[in-house]
Design a protein around this ligand. Structure first.
Ligand code: HEC
Length: 161
């Protein structure tokens, strides 16, 4: 990440020596390693996720548009707990940084637990519609309702004929 950069993040290759890069990596790893990423409180994680993350990543972590940067907040899928935690602490690209003073270590593990749940939501059956949440579900039901209304109008016209 430090060496190659990505999206909005600059590459530090050539600007930092190998020793400096490994020192930075060690620091990031140690600031996360001291945090246990298990034992989070799922419901608190949900509250914090909706407060701090959903505005950009969407209520179901399927990603969202960021109008002010012209970019997108990515979908949070297939990420290991440590990747989620380091994004929260490190704030890649236009994403804000959330230091310990803002999100405590316990809150960090709670959010990580909640994001993991969002990555693999329980599936009660039916059509998932990509797990994109209530807006998509509302659109789909309006569509189905529209078809039913058209069907009723068509039947009514034929009945008059
Ligand atoms: C202001 C919008 C914004 C907020 C708020 C925000 N993010 Fe992000 N996040 C982004 C953007 C944009 C990226 C992509 C950065 C890049 O790689 O250029 C990102 C990247 C990530 C990544 C890395 C995804 C990957 O595929 O590597 C994770 C994980 C993540 N965010 C989790 C969170 C969590 C958890 C929160 C809440 C604590 C949060 N984000 C809050 C905008 C945001």
């Amino acid at each position: 990440m430090v060496r190659s950069g990505r999206d909005g993040m600059p590459s530090f290759s050539g600007r930092l020596s190998d020793a400096q890069i490994s020192a930075v990596s060690e620091y990031v790893a140690s600031s996360i390693a001291t945090v246990s990423l298990t034992g989070g409180d799922l419901s608190r994680g949900g509250v914090l996720y909706r407060l701090d993350c959903a505005g950009c990543h969407g209520a179901t972590a399927r990603g969202g548009a960021l109008v002010h940067t012209g970019g997108n907040a990515p979908a949070l899928t297939g990420l290991a707990p440590v990747a989620i935690a380091s994004a929260i602490r490190g704030g890649p690209g236009p994403m804000p940084v959330f230091p310990v003073g803002v999100i405590s270590s316990h809150d960090l593990s709670s959010i990580v637990a909640y994001v993991q749940l969002l990555q693999q939501p329980e599936h009660p059956g039916g059509v998932s519609l990509g797990y994109r949440g209530p807006v998509t579900e509302g659109m789909a039901s309006i569509g189905v309702l529209g078809v039913l209304v058209l069907l009723v109008l068509w039947i009514e016209r034929r009945g008059r004929g």
